[in-house]
Design a protein around this ligand. Structure first.
Ligand code: PEP
Ligand code: MN
Length: 266
């Protein structure tokens, strides 16, 4: 493992768990613009534990995607299958591989084939499976590279582990993630939303990750958290995000030179 070379600028991703409507994302876009942020999570497809839960708008959400792109946002979107990847890679600046798919090896192998990284500056965010150890996480990143994703286009995201003692069954593992951040040259960002599953814990843990010097954060934001169609208990309000970003210690992404938009949306 080579030592980290402190990549910059930090990557700060905000947005709802699942896309619902333009009304839902508009107040979050306003906060993003006020603070010079541009990476927006915008998931059309949602892997849900229960088949009875909201599964995402699917292609019906594409007008919301257009609204976000027209607003100058760069999209971070999850693909759960090779079929979804075909759609997602046409508009996502960062393709997200979720915790449940960290070891979906066929999906990992398919990314290098679906995106031409010699002409596109898109990136891939690999979330840690909630029971995966460091070696398994890094091996999944190796899969991406072995099948065509350049190493510097991979971002690792810590999203918590199952823990019997945690109030909502997940605990954010900043120590594990910091070890990876310190001992590899990968960018490592932190998702305290899924890592705590409780909105009142999200910003304190975001502040902790920020203070430690991680390469970024991903936060779930919704104008009416309790009405969110997915993960309502962990979403924070745009106002809370605005206040967080206004704190003097915040040093999130201000310079827009990370991943690029897919060519058909540039
Ligand atoms: C998400 O970020 O939308 C998500 C589903 O998270 P995870 O894969 O970490 O559960
Ligand atoms: Mn979520």
């Amino acid at each position: 493992m080579s030592m980290s070379t402190s990549p910059s600028p930090p990557l700060f991703i905000i947005g709802p768990c699942a896309l619902e409507s333009i009304e839902q994302v508009k107040p979050v876009v306003e906060v993003a613009k006020r603070h010079g942020l541009s990476y927006f999570r915008a998931n059309l497809f949602k892997p849900r534990t229960s088949p009875h839960s909201f599964q995402g708008l699917g292609k019906e959400g594409l007008p919301v995607i257009d609204y976000l792109l027209d607003s100058g946002m760069k999209l971070v979107c999850e693909a759960c299958s090779l079929e979804q990847l075909e759609i997602v890679q046409t508009y996502a600046s960062i393709v997200q591989i979720g915790a449940r798919n960290m070891q979906n090896f066929e999906l990992l192998k398919g990314i290098g084939a679906a995106i031409d990284f010699s002409t596109s500056r898109q990136m891939v965010m690999l979330k840690r499976g909630f029971s995966a150890n460091i070696q398994e996480w890094l091996s999944s990143a190796d899969y991406l590279q072995r099948f065509g994703v350049p190493r510097d286009r991979i971002v690792l995201c810590e999203r918590g582990s199952r823990h019997w003692a945690a109030p909502y069954g997940m605990t954010l593992d900043l120590a594990l993630a910091w070890k990876v951040r310190r001992e590899t040259d990968y960018r490592v960002i932190v998702d305290p939303s899924h890592g705590t599953r409780e909105s009142s814990l999200v910003l304190p843990m975001a502040g902790a990750a920020q203070a430690m010097g991680f390469d970024g954060l991903m936060l779930e934001v919704h104008p009416n958290p309790l009405e969110s169609l997915s993960d309502p208990q962990q979403a924070i309000r745009p106002k809370a995000l605005d206040d967080f970003l206004s704190q003097p210690f915040f040093h999130g992404e201000k310079v827009d030179d990370l991943g690029d938009s897919p060519s058909n949306h540039s």
